[in-house]
Design a protein around this ligand. Structure first.
Ligand SMILES: [Zn+2]
Length: 430
């Protein structure tokens, strides 16, 4: 099933021709209307006419999140204000937010991309999508909402949290599809089971779209098994419209990135150079089809690989892997680079581990991994706990090359996340 079959299965050659036409337009539009780009071009001694092939993209300046913050609120806007119909912001942990503008066409184009994504996972008009992302300034919920409406699906704008009400909505309106963060999905699954419900019999769920925070294959499997559904990876970021940048098809082997709307590059985050084919690198995206806010070579900070070969679904847009890490999330412990996702992968592969965990970093680079484990392990037999603790410590050590302290906790001991989870607490700088 396709939403826009012609463009989704376009030949690589025709796709590249289209990309070049749109890249030239985007560059002209950015140069003409955004003083920041005009200045960066002149510093690099380039002009829009220097872009004559797709390779020339490497001549263009990068755009960083700091650039977007610095030009907050209107500095990156490429159209007159009266053409803007929607504002989103993306908040960082520090400093000013980033403002993201949509024209009417931009809202519609973002919805078209979501429609492609949803149809790609087999959704139909009689499906019911419960959207558990945060509505508001964050792009996650609204962009999905508009795309699902375009397909004609019934959307329940539930937002996150209030888990018992979520479950009641799922039962009453026969929700088939969830849009949810992985950390909340894990929590939701545990509440459903604790309520004595059997998801396969008492609910109507068939699939979930999960994104907005990186998660491991082990977490996907855990959620799929406990809810009896298919989980599809979803990738997006507010700076690039929000969700719908890349999405998994039913093969569930990498996310097709919509290359008629974005040019992707993978670079070495330290040097800015293109990484060799097959290697992991930081994803850099250029918008090709955006009116209000074209962005050139945006440094996403997300580390991915490109999946080689053709996809069996017939789509020709290349696939990216799940996010391997975020260059910002990287923890450096005793000189070793560690991504929290590596720790998650180990934990979620151990059966006795429940859904919640936390990584605490303290003075002198001490790392403690606090893990909730199944209640039945607290059976009074100390050696059960000691064995499990040793197993977790050893598996973590062989994955991250640093020996952490492992603390076992009862289920519910850690704070519950109803949106994005805070997995790492770094007390080293406090
Ligand atoms: Zn595919």
């Amino acid at each position: 099933m396709f939403w826009q079959k012609d463009i989704e299965t376009i030949s690589r050659r025709a796709l590249e021709e289209l990309q070049l036409i749109r890249l030239k337009q985007t560059v002209r539009q950015a140069y003409k209307n955004i003083p920041f780009y005009k200045e960066s071009f002149s510093k690099l001694h380039i002009a829009p006419k220097d872009i004559t092939s797709l390779k020339d993209i490497q001549k263009l300046p990068f755009t960083t999140r700091e650039d977007l913050r610095e030009h907050y609120p209107f500095g990156m806007l490429a159209v007159p204000k009266e053409q803007v119909i929607r504002l989103h912001t993306s908040s960082g942990t520090t400093g000013k937010p980033k403002a993201i503008f949509f024209s009417k066409k931009d809202v519609d184009r973002a919805a078209e991309l979501i429609a492609r994504c949803l149809i790609m996972t087999g959704i139909k008009k009689d499906d019911v999508l419960q959207n558990m992302m945060t509505y508001g300034l964050f792009t996650g919920a609204l962009v999905m909402h508009y795309g699902a409406e375009k397909v004609g699906v019934l959307v329940i704008p539930a937002g996150p949290g209030n888990t018992k009400r979520q479950i009641a909505l799922m039962q009453d309106f026969r929700t088939t599809t969830l849009h949810v963060t992985p950390s909340y999905a894990l929590y939701l699954a545990s509440v459903i089971h604790n309520e004595g419900l059997d998801p396969k019999k008492d609910l109507f769920l068939r699939r979930a779209y999960m994104g907005s925070e990186p998660y491991s294959e082990e977490t996907r499997i855990k959620i799929e098994t406990s809810l009896g559904i298919d989980v599809y990876n979803s990738y997006g970021l507010s700076e690039m419209n929000g969700p719908g940048v890349a999405f998994e098809c039913m093969e569930k082997n990498g996310m097709h990135l919509w290359e008629d709307n974005f040019i992707m590059e993978l670079i070495d985050p330290d040097t800015g150079e293109k990484v060799p084919a097959g290697e992991k690198g930081e994803l850099v995206l250029t918008t090709l089809y955006r009116e209000a806010m074209p962005i050139l070579r945006y440094r996403t900070r997300d580390i991915v690989t490109i999946i080689p070969g053709k996809c069996r679904c017939g789509r020709t847009h290349r696939r990216i892997s799940r996010i391997i890490g975020r260059s910002d999330d990287m923890i450096i412990i005793r000189g070793v680079n560690i991504f929290p996702q590596q720790i998650e992968r180990v934990l979620m592969g151990i059966k006795a581990v429940a859904q919640n965990y936390q990584i605490v970093l303290e003075a002198y680079d001490q790392m403690t991994v606090r893990v909730e484990i199944s209640r039945n392990l607290f059976d009074g037999k100390v050696d059960h706990l000691v064995n499990l603790q040793n197993e977790i410590t050893e598996k973590l050590r062989s994955e991250i090359l640093v020996k952490p302290k492992v603390e076992l906790l009862e289920p519910g001991a850690l704070p519950v996340s109803e949106g994005k989870a805070t997995r790492v607490i770094d007390k080293r700088t406090l």
